[in-house]
Design a protein around this ligand. Structure first.
Ligand code: PLP
Length: 462
């Protein structure tokens, strides 16, 4: 940790007006004086005023191994000294090759073909392009439609964004509407009154089957799904849903793409959640984030041996998958990922999550007694605390503003939250301990109760 900040907070904030941030209102670039984060250690981050906070969102669902991992720093520096970069087109490098082999060994089923990307969006985009390529090779160029879901998030390239179902984030943004079809959100909390969760699950699985039949199985290339809809607010579909959707896809020869950009690398207590948590061996799997614990950008697409074998057997002579990036298999990012995996193994991070997740869930469920908390959703070390100020008269805009207040109070008290509209979502570094979970939950409670008192004094409705 350096002793003194090199430039003042206000200088950084001034210069920040040249940084067009993701999702920023372009008419107000730089209008918001953003908190400047300068350091990280363990599960904590520190801002330029010296305030140390628990990192609730784990960076952005990514700093799984936590901050300050010298092993990753050393591995990255050593690789940069040896070879910072070389083209993945014509040659290979040892970190990328070793990583590919190591990932194939821990990936579910026969997902033995690892295509490296620059992040999650490019992994998803590559998966979808591979689905098109696959069907072209197999002589069925009309099989190109993609099915995704409302509430999902798959990225920010044209195709991955088109598959994302966060409706508010589609305004003024063109989408590949001719290719992508969104099913209703599989959120059990939104089921009609009187419907059981099992009946809701049947309905959501039927939504997929009906959409395939409506479009025609010979027209549908792929179904893409996150096992838990992360950026959608940690939406946990009903038990059995993911597996049954996979079975439907198998029945109609539709590729099943598991988007594990968030759920892989320990978030749900396993390297990958598809098989170990949900019992599914997908045709393709996308990941990123926890792959390097966010230390460097890298993503990966896993393709099953079966798909490669089908292409081999197809007799089609043009088999080049013309998709790739200058930084595919970047040796320095690969070195970071290898060091990250070493930490997972040495520190037993997966076991730690499996144990700690039980406490995390119990602790967060304790917030349900606060009147504004309408639902607490927890899976592994990811959680969404849904807030509704007035259930008889729900108002999304008001609840979103309420959560911004909660966020501010939490920040003042040592926790960075990440409100996603009406839910406070959390995915702390996986190293979090029970005592730190108590701290985190205590600060959220304080934030919710304080903000609620403030809102109650503003209105007599509540
Ligand atoms: N898929 C999922 C499930 C994600 O949560 C995200 C990002 O949050 C992405 C894809 C896109 O990843 P990236 O931002 O690395 O491009």
């Amino acid at each position: 940790m350096t002793d003194e900040p090199r430039i003042s907070t206000s200088d950084v904030q001034d210069m920040d007006k040249y940084f067009l941030h993701p999702w920023e209102d372009v008419t107000a670039i730089g209008a918001e004086a953003r908190t400047v984060i300068t350091h990280g250690d363990g599960i904590y981050i520190t801002d330029s005023d010296g305030n140390r906070m628990i990192d609730g969102p784990g960076g952005m669902w990514c700093v799984n191994a936590g901050y300050g991992r010298e092993e990753i720093v050393e591995a990255v520096a050593a690789q940069m000294r040896d070879l910072p970069y070389f083209s993945p087109w014509s040659v290979t490098t040892s970190p990328a090759a070793i990583l590919a082999e190591r990932l194939a060994a821990i990936a579910p089923g026969d997902l033995n073909n690892v295509f490296f990307t620059t992040g999650g969006s490019t992994a998803v985009d590559s998966a979808l392009r591979f689905a098109f390529f696959y069907n072209n090779c197999l002589g069925r160029p009309e099989k190109k439609q993609i099915i995704a879901r409302v509430g999902a998030y798959h990225g920010s390239t044209h195709l991955s964004a088109s598959c994302s179902g966060k409706i508010l984030e589609k305004v003024n943004m063109d989408m590949a509407e001719d290719l992508v079809h969104l099913l209703p959100k599989p959120n059990p909390a939104e089921r009609p009154e009187g419907m059981s969760v099992e009946e809701f699950c049947d309905e959501k699985v039927a939504d997929l089957e009906n959409k395939i039949l409506e479009l025609g199985p010979d027209k549908v290339a792929a179904f893409i799904a996150e096992p838990v809809l992360a950026s959608g607010g940690v939406i946990i579909p009903p038990e059995g849903y993911f597996k049954r959707c996979h079975e439907i896809c198998q029945e109609y020869d539709v590729l099943f793409i598991a988007d594990e950009v968030v759920t892989a690398f320990g978030r749900l207590g396993h390297y990958f959640a598809s098989k170990d948590v949900f019992g599914v061996e997908p045709d393709m799997l996308t990941t990123a984030k926890g792959l390097t614990s966010g230390y460097l950008p890298m993503g990966a697409l896993f393709i099953s041996d079966r798909l490669i074998a089908d292409i081999k057997a197809s007799g089609n002579s043009a088999k080049g998958f013309f998709n790739g990036f200058t930084y595919s298999g970047h040796p320095v990012a690969a070195a970071a990922a290898l060091a990250n995996l070493d930490i997972f193994e040495r520190d037993g991070l997966l076991d730690h999550v499996q144990k700690t997740a039980v406490y995390f869930e119990k602790s967060l469920r304790g917030l349900s007694d606060i009147p504004v908390v309408s639902e607490v959703r927890v899976k592994g070390l990811m959680a969404g605390v849904e807030c509704c100020l007035d259930p008889d008269n729900p108002n999304e805009e008001r609840d979103t503003t309420f959560l911004l207040d909660v966020d501010q109070i939490c920040q003042e008290n040592g926790l960075l939250l990440r409100p996603v509209y009406t839910a406070a979502v959390m995915s702390p570094p996986l190293t979090i301990t029970e005592t730190q979970i108590d701290d985190l939950t205590g600060i959220i409670r304080l934030g919710l109760e304080t903000a609620l008192t403030k809102w109650q004094s503003k209105t007599d409705r509540l």
